[in-house]
Design a protein around this ligand. Structure first.
Ligand SMILES: *Cc1c(COP(=O)(O)O)cnc(C)c1O
Length: 404
């Protein structure tokens, strides 16, 4: 049985005060909080096992290597990758995307086309623009509608034999829309294009099965899944990872080095130059264990309850508008109060101990679409409560009163 009060005890930060009030943490779409089980693992690693991996014959190095490789296997099982060497540790989603974008530099030519969506995070727009500049390929954008959904009929039209790559997020961080990635992947493969899915925002809520999705690349960040910052994962199909050149040169990624020629290490090490975030990778594995012990379906159901409750209660406030009204959403609510700047609302909420995000959420094209400077974004996790949502609603009412 899911008991949120028990769950909350796992998260030390949830019992602290902010500005004299109990913390209400609703910025989960930016980063999630960390349970004691993961924090304890980090302390244990540095207290008992810290060493460099894959290099030493000594016991500590072997222990650290084993822990790191076990974490890779946990991530493999979690995302149901066929091989553990298809799991590349990265510093996060942004790194994973850049790794793939860089790899495609040598595979694209003028006349090729890349499709992205109007709902992307900046980290999923800028690397492709840079890739187009390097290769002469053209960038096309799947437009969105007023609900904050992608217009799939437009996608059908822009897809052609020239399409080589498609990059779409599974869930939009700014609006919470869940995109039809199954459809996009199937259509893309019909014209021979590869698909990279940005799973940064979906992975805390939806367990992706990369084999069932038949996706070519999938990226995620540990810090949005109850893990630490500075570590993430790139899943790539073996055939693609073999095709892509290495991203960075250095130690760990080589088989043999002479000044005439270097040969690269096998997967996954080919893409893991230098000493990685060893402890972070291990903690990522622990975070995945933690979330799976609760269960992703349980998490999604509970978060959906929070989403429905908050949507209903917030909409009772006159002059409040929610952006992103798709039926398929994760627990993200982007909103504004009529005539009031989101930053001012966020500042008042912070005084009340409520952490929300304000601004363009690294997704300026979405804000341009709605002709707004930004939104207030409240994003819920499985450790949040309806009572906290009541606190938010009261806070928004108070902000409205003070600012209008
Ligand atoms: C957070 C996020 C990113 C960037 O993740 P980093 O961990 O900062 O690299 C990219 N895409 C989406 C949809 C996100 O939510």
């Amino acid at each position: 049985m899911f008991n949120v009060n028990d769950i909350r005890k796992d998260f030390p930060i949830l019992s602290r005060k902010v500005n004299g009030k109990p913390l209400v943490y609703f910025d989960n779409a930016a980063t999630s909080q960390t349970p004691q089980q993961v924090i304890g693992g980090i302390v244990d690693y540095y207290s008992n096992h810290n060493a460099n991996i894959h290099r030493g014959v000594h016991t500590l190095s072997q222990e650290a290597t084993d822990l790191y490789e076990q974490a890779r296997q946990k991530i493999q099982v979690h995302f149901n990758a066929k091989f553990s060497h298809e799991i590349i540790f990265t510093s996060g989603t942004t790194h994973g995307i850049n790794l793939v974008a860089n790899g495609f530099s040598s595979l694209l030519k003028k006349g090729d086309e890349i499709i992205v969506s109007a709902l992307e995070h900046h980290s999923n727009i800028v690397p492709w623009q840079m890739l187009c500049e390097r290769t002469g390929a053209t960038l096309k954008v799947i437009p969105m509608n007023d609900e904050g959904e992608l217009v799939m009929t437009e996608f059908d039209i822009m897809l052609s034999e020239n399409t080589k790559l498609i990059f779409v997020n599974h869930v939009s961080n700014a609006l919470g829309t869940v995109n039809s990635i199954e459809y996009i992947i199937e259509k893309a493969h019909q014209v021979g294009a590869a698909v990279l899915i940005d799973g940064a925002q979906s992975s805390p809520h939806i367990k992706a099965d990369v084999q069932k999705l038949n996706v070519d690349f999938y990226v995620a960040s540990a810090h949005k899944m109850c893990g630490p910052t500075g570590v993430g994962v790139l899943y790539g199909k073996e055939e693609w990872l073999k095709k892509l050149p290495p991203y960075q040169g250095g130690g760990e990624m080589i088989a043999e080095v002479t000044f005439e020629k270097t040969t690269y290490a096998e997967l996954p090490h080919k893409f893991e130059a230098g000493t990685p975030n060893i402890c972070g990778g291990i903690a990522f594995g622990a975070a995945i264990d933690y979330m799976n012990a609760i269960g992703f379906e349980v998490i999604a159901n509970y978060e959906n309850e929070l989403l429905e409750y908050a949507t209903e209660e917030l909409l009772k406030i006159e002059g409040l508008k929610i952006y992103g009204t798709s039926k398929h959403k994760t627990s993200v609510i982007s909103f504004n109060l009529e005539g009031i700047h989101p930053y001012d609302v966020g500042t008042i909420l912070d005084k009340l101990g409520i952490a929300v995000r304000t601004g363009h959420h690294c997704a300026q094209p979405i804000m341009d679409y709605f002709k707004i400077p930004g939104t207030v974004r409240a994003s819920f996790s499985f450790y949040n409560t309806k009572a906290e949502i009541d606190t938010l609603v009261e806070g928004v009412k108070k902000a409205k009163m003070m600012l209008s």
